[in-house]
Design a protein around this ligand. Structure first.
Ligand code: ADP
Ligand code: ZN
Length: 780
């Protein structure tokens, strides 16, 4: 974390008397940096990567901003002085400053906005530290000429201080001497002791149990040797495929330098083993590694695998308190952590000497942040690896088509693990056509006869079953058969889901709820229908069909309490649960050898959404969940219920044929000019007043037209295709009416140019906002 501060200090000392200026960015959209004069008394404190307070904007209010440059060349205009430097140390080093700068440019938002989002709140307000007052003896030459008289109690204190080998915390000292803090202060007043205060780390309770805190709390801060790496190592030898993939990784790690790899390997092929090997190498070199995994895969199983092999591991997950997160941040910045494992935001971990980045399940859409800055952690990670000049491993069984195309173009080196370790077979996938399953008269079952039989047989043979249904709640569609009325959220254009446990109709977007209806609120008909299957209803059906089996549901409703996720998985591991059903939460990363059957209740969920990635996502989730089967000696199989078994993404997923799927899907993307062949951006205009949103969208439309004309060559087709404005597929969301544009271009340069030109001058009127989404994933 030192580079940034050093640059500034060096700069400041080049000419001690010349006036200094600081360029500051603020937490607001698409804005430039503002210059301020650095007053003499702040010269030694100001620095790049620190926060400052200065007057800004309307009414010259004191506003917090981030210093991004310190210079002695005077700005053209007269500038105001900084009023305060907030931080003692830079919050970010050069590398992270460059990275955040790139993000602001690429994702078209303010640099200050990026900085505010990237720095954990706890780091900004020093959570997890406390100000402590220490006392120590007054040095001999500063003692008063005449030794003052002291009371008996004060004598007790002095005796203790004399014995101490280092400064003592005032409160601790008073307690040890059995006196009040006032007695200690009295000695300070008499000039016999002196006080100073310091900010010290307060380890949050939650971290103390973790190996990180217990291992680092006692050392001095220097990068310690890692004891575990030499002794642990891999429990087995790499197989031939792994060795072939390992060689280029090893070479890249040894040599250093930016080098992106796409590690394409089926589930259970030993990708994680390669990550661990690479990380061990990097740690041995005294460097650090960042490992990004989807939040959903941050299971105890995963964490233990890294902890067991990599020594000092910090795990950054979304359940940390501000103080815990801040503590980790400071420990990482101090070089006390060798491996950072975490979801999206771990890509900003302030490592001191980064040696490697790993992204597991690189295709996961949860790496995309859906609020400003709308970054994709995979893309940011690749940029970070480039800036830090280190190798990066992107791993997946079903790579994103963006990464796949990059590998086809040879910008990424592809490494292939085509089969599971120890020649374990890929599970056989049986497609069950729901059109032909026998119906039970008067009943609507989610599980057809074939799957029902499969579950029974699997459990009878001593195996366990995982069932995927990617919709939570009981009934997913509540409507009136008489007038067609559908129960909808009052804030969103979305249907409500009936949750039986909560006895409520719930909006899955905004959380609004209302009591279940028994008659139609529109026409009064009492025959309201509750249809569609969610996990709650599936659970009820399973309990009815298999009364002797232990059935457990795992979705965000059953795992909201701390530790519940782990409890369910532990019970499943111990064989206490026969059938585990759940949403995509169960589709990812779990490794249970005794699972002999995986069932997909409805593969068509999500296939027909108005989103060009619908097929890709369906393929991915089927491949992932199928990967949970047959991981042990017993082998296993997969049953997929669907109404469209002939759909290529379902048919090819059943054959574990990613290669053919990618080929087909890429042809489709090419034909329809979608990514990875075209760059996409989406602009959403929203307001609680429909007309106002509409008006501003029209204004933008005019702006885009002119900007595109300026960017295009005469006689050639427009350099950027602008679709819209149109109503968003979900028009009203949380009381906002939403219009959107979709911009498409062959390269991001021209796309950015058009957006920047229009958005820097577009000033929406009161109550209207816009959002820019570069490389969007959500199309709703
Ligand atoms: P992936 O990350 O591709 O799903 P893993 O690295 O998790 O694969 O490997 C799957 C399982 O096989 C794990 O339990 C792992 O410990 C084990 N494994 C990995 N490599 C080998 C090997 N060379 N020999 C035996 N077992 C291995
Ligand atoms: Zn809602």
């Amino acid at each position: 974390m030192n580079t940034a501060t050093e640059t500034t200090v060096a700069h400041a000392s080049t000419s001690d008397s010349a006036p200094l200026y600081a360029d500051v960015v603020f937490d607001r959209p698409l804005d430039h940096a503002y210059s301020y004069a650095v007053p003499d008394e702040l010269r030694s404190r100001v620095g790049v990567g620190k926060r400052v307070e200065c007057s800004f904007g309307r009414g010259d209010k004191g506003t917090v901003g981030y210093v991004i440059r310190v210079t002695d060349s005077a700005p053209l205009r007269e500038v105001k002085p900084l009023s305060k430097v907030i931080d003692d140390d830079a919050l970010l080093d050069d590398e992270l400053l460059k990275l955040t700068r790139w993000m602001a440019d690429y994702y078209l938002c303010g640099w200050g906005q990026v900085l505010s989002a990237v720095l954990p709140a706890g780091v900004r307000d020093k959570a997890g530290t406390r100000e402590v007052v220490f006392v120590e003896p007054m040095p001999k030459d500063k003692l008063p000429k005449f030794f003052p008289t002291v009371t008996a109690k004060q004598k007790q204190v002095l005796d203790l201080v004399k014995k101490a080998t280092e400064p003592m915390e005032q409160a601790v000292l008073a307690k040890a001497a059995g006196v009040s803090v006032g007695i200690v202060s009295g000695l300070v007043g008499k000039g016999l002791l002196r006080k100073f205060s310091e900010r010290v780390e307060r380890l949050p309770a939650g971290l103390v149990e973790m190996d990180l805190a217990s291992r680092v709390s006692d050392d001095t801060g220097a990068t310690p040797p890692n004891p575990s790496v030499d002794t642990l190592g891999s429990p087995f030898d790499m197989n031939a495929d792994q060795l072939r993939a390992w060689e280029p990784i090893r070479a890249a790690v040894e040599a250093g330098g930016f080098k992106p790899f796409l590690l394409y390997g089926v589930t259970g092929s030993g990708k994680t083993e390669l990550y661990l090997q690479a990380i061990e190498r990097v740690v041995k070199q005294g460097k650090e590694a960042i490992v990004l995994v989807p939040e959903i895969s941050l299971t105890p199983q995963t964490i233990e695998r890294f902890r067991g092999r990599c020594g000092r591991v910090a795990v950054l997950h979304s359940n940390l308190t501000d103080a815990e997160r801040a503590t980790y941040w400071r420990q990482i910045a101090a070089g006390k952590v060798q491996v950072v494992v975490g979801a999206r935001s771990a890509v900003f971990a302030p490592t001191r000497n980064l040696g490697l980045i790993v992204i597991d399940e690189e295709h996961e859409t949860s790496f995309k942040q859906e609020s400003t800055p709308r970054y994709h952690a995979r893309d940011v990670a690749v940029m970070r690896a480039r800036l830090a000049n280190v190798p990066i491993l992107l791993g997946s069984a079903t790579p994103s088509l963006e990464s796949w195309q990059a590998a086809v173009d040879a910008s990424y080196t592809i490494l292939n693990l085509p089969s599971r370790v120890e020649n374990r077979p890929m599970p056989k996938v049986q497609l069950v056509d729901l059109k032909h399953e026998p119906k039970t008269p008067g009943k609507f079952y989610a599980i057809g006869a074939t799957l029902e039989h499969g579950i029974r047989e699997a459990v009878k043979a001593g195996g366990q079953v995982i069932l995927l249904l990617n919709r939570r709640g009981y009934s997913t569609h509540v409507h009136c058969p008489a007038c067609g009325h559908v129960a909808q959220c009052i804030h969103c254009d979305l249907g409500l889901t009936f949750h039986r446990t909560k006895a409520a109709l719930l909006c899955h977007h905004c959380g609004w709820d209302t009591p279940p209806i028994t008659k139609c609120p529109k026409c009064g008909d009492p025959a309201v229908r509750y249809q569609g299957f969610g996990t709650e209803k599936l659970q009820a059906e399973l309990e009815e069909k298999f009364p002797a089996f232990v059935i457990q549901r795992m979705d965000s409703d059953t795992t909201s309490k701390a530790g519940s996720h782990r409890r369910i998985l532990d019970a499943f591991k111990e064989g206490l649960i026969h059938v585990l059903l759940g949403t995509q939460m169960i589709a990812k990363g779990l490794d249970f050898p005794n699972v002999t059957l995986v069932g997909v209740v409805n593969a068509d969920v999500g296939l027909h959404l108005p989103d060009f990635r619908a097929a890709e996502r369906t393929f991915q989730i089927l491949a992932q969940v199928a990967g949970r089967a047959g991981r042990g000696e017993k082998g296993g199989k997969v049953m997929v219920q669907t109404y469209t078994p002939e759909h290529p993404c379902i048919a090819l997923a059943a054959k574990h044929d990613y290669g053919s799927f990618a080929k087909l899907e890429l042809a489709f993307r090419k034909e329809h000019q979608y990514p990875p062949y075209q760059r996409l951006a989406r602009v959403i205009v929203r307001s609680e007043k429909e007309q106002a949103a509409n008006d501003f969208a029209e204004t933008l439309a005019g702006g885009f037209k002119q900007a595109v004309a300026r960017q295009s060559k005469p006689g050639e087709p427009p350099a950027v295709r602008v679709l819209g404005p149109a109503e968003c597929p979900v028009f009203k969301l949380q009381d906002y009416y939403r219009f959107h544009f979709q911009l498409q271009a062959e390269n991001s340069g021209v796309l950015h140019a058009v957006l920047r030109e229009v958005l820097t001058i577009a000033k929406p009127s009161g109550g209207v906002e816009y959002q820019v989404d570069v490389d969007p994933y959500s199309m709703m």
